[in-house]
Ligand binder design. Structure first.
Ligand code: SAH
Ligand code: SF4
Ligand code: F3S
Length: 460
């Protein structure tokens, strides 16, 4: 498609370098998508800038999950419009992601400064859209869900520069929890073929990546086509990825309890490359609320699953998501959530006040919970989760663990690495070890990180 592009160019200097600024909201999949948008635009001469003032092209990659996330987009667009006016229109503004999918037309109406709106399954068309908007403003695309076209069209190269990377293997959701917009913004569950995932993993490894996090809205529902033409499971995909030279660590997120198979549990027992950290949201500890949420599993099934996972991998750290103040949630329901949290003992977790989303069944349910009540519950839950996270981090002190050194720290020769449990580990005199996985003795655990000292020097 490149030949159809009419890029502004100067015959002596070649294409004028153009600056791209992408602001990413929401989940890791949006982070991945933002990187891929940069990959798509690089051949057109766009290079990344950290500052919006330098940008020729700004993309807001948006999130629709809660009202606050969606509203932020409009305030950001207001600021961009001023910048565009100050430059007499010399700024291209695109809205991508889940708000683009959910309310594309409204965006165009509310903010005429927006040049184009592109949904999560259509950003591979950005180059073509850009040339079209140069002629006619106000293009909107991406109402259909066919991730297969997108992945086929994305460039094989990835502009990663770190030692860890995201890799989307599955998109969409068929679960329809009653509070959630994702099935509407990301469409039906769809998995990339194993060969495509392996090819991307090899590309990442060639660029120095040692740890991949496989992404999917329901990543453990992965059923991409395998080499034999039959669907492969996430467990089998993990075993195949572990064979890719250079890929030493594998993570995946986000899992749904109902798609957690025995095979995947066994993979955690048998495959050392699978890291002992699992994000497994439950949302509530009350069976009554879980039913209203259409989670399709009960409290005990979740607890039993965690027990089986821990039996297979005793050092498994569990993380989760919680919603408080879901319609009709009583104090007794909330107590059940606190009780479940005490039983599981989370290494980390995210918790949110319920936010009614237009078009979802829960938004019109009776007995919406008052905001003050929900806020008080959120504080109580977060206090407990914060305490558990600190206790987990403190419990690592004294252990010697393999740390993947990721980046330079703030002071001196400090480096920051990742523990197997996804904690940041600060180590002095290690900034020459970026990209290495080395043994570190953990000296202290803090609320959000660990501090350790190097046990093993780099092998000569
Ligand atoms: N696929 C994942 C979660 C995707 S959304 C899963 O099944 O768990 C990420 C988190 O946002 C959810 O786990 C939930 O805790 C939160 N969330 C989703 N919709 C929400 C809403 N309407 N209000 C508040 N939190 C919400
Ligand atoms: Fe949303 Fe539920 Fe699907 Fe997760 S499983 S993305 S919470 S509908
Ligand atoms: Fe948000 Fe879309 Fe992710 S709604 S959480 S960016 S899938």
């Amino acid at each position: 498609m490149t030949e159809t592009l009419d890029l502004p160019s100067d015959e002596k200097t070649g294409p004028r370098p153009k600056r791209l600024f992408i602001k990413t909201y929401g989940c890791q999949m949006n982070v991945y998508d933002s990187e891929r948008m940069a990959d798509v635009l690089r051949p057109l001469g766009y290079s990344a800038t950290e500052s919006v003032e330098d940008a020729d092209f700004v993309i807001l990659n948006t999130c629709h999950i809660r009202e606050k996330a969606a509203e932020k987009v409009y305030s950001e667009l207001g600021k961009l419009r001023q910048l565009k006016e100050a430059r007499d229109g010399a700024l291209t503004i695109a809205v991508a992601g889940c708000v683009a999918q959910a309310e594309g037309e409204e965006i165009m109406k509310r903010q005429p400064a927006v040049d184009l709106v592109v949904g999560p399954q259509a950003y591979h068309q950005l180059p073509e859209l850009l040339t079209r908007t140069a002629r006619a403003r106000g293009e909107r695309i991406g109402a259909d869900f066919a991730p297969v076209d997108k992945f086929d069209a994305l460039p094989a190269t990835r502009g990663v520069d770190g030692v860890t990377a995201f890799l989307t293997v599955q998109e969409g959701c068929d679960k329809f929890c009653t509070f959630c917009v994702v099935p509407y913004t990301r469409g039906a569950e769809w998995s990339r073929p194993v060969a495509a995932v392996l090819a991307e993993a090899r590309e990442l490894a060639a660029r120095g990546v040692r740890e991949v996090t496989l992404l999917g809205q329901n990543v453990n529902a992965y059923d991409g086509e395998g080499a034999d033409g039959a669907p492969s499971s996430l467990a089998r995909l993990a075993f195949a990825l572990a064979e890719v030279p250079g890929i030493d660590r594998i993570r995946y997120t986000t899992s749904h309890p109902n798609d957690f198979t025995d095979e995947l549990i066994e993979a955690h027992r048998d495959l050392p490359q699978l890291m002992p950290y699992l994000h497994l949201p439950v949302q509530s500890g009350s069976d009554r609320i879980l039913r209203l949420m259409n989670r399709k599993h009960g409290r005990q099934a979740y607890l039993d699953l965690i027990a089986r996972i821990r039996e297979a991998r005793p050092d498994m750290a569990i993380s989760g998501d919680f919603i408080v103040g879901f319609p009709a949630e009583t104090d007794a329901d909330f107590e059940q959530t606190l009780d479940l949290v005490r039983q599981v003992n989370y290494a980390s977790a995210f918790s949110f006040m319920y936010s009614p989303r237009p078009g979802t069944p829960a938004a019109t349910m009776a007995a919406q919970v008052a905001e003050e009540v929900a806020r008080a519950r959120l504080h109580a839950l977060q206090a407990l989760l914060t305490e558990q996270q600190l206790a987990f981090n403190v419990s690592r002190a004294g252990l010697t663990v393999p740390v993947l050194f990721e980046r330079k720290g703030r002071h001196g020769a400090q480096a920051i690495g990742r523990s197997p449990w996804l904690q940041s580990v600060h180590v002095e005199d290690a900034d020459h070890l970026i990209g290495e996985i080395l043994a570190v003795e953990i000296e202290r655990g803090q609320q959000n990180s660990l501090t350790g000292r190097l046990m093993q020097q780099k092998a000569a």
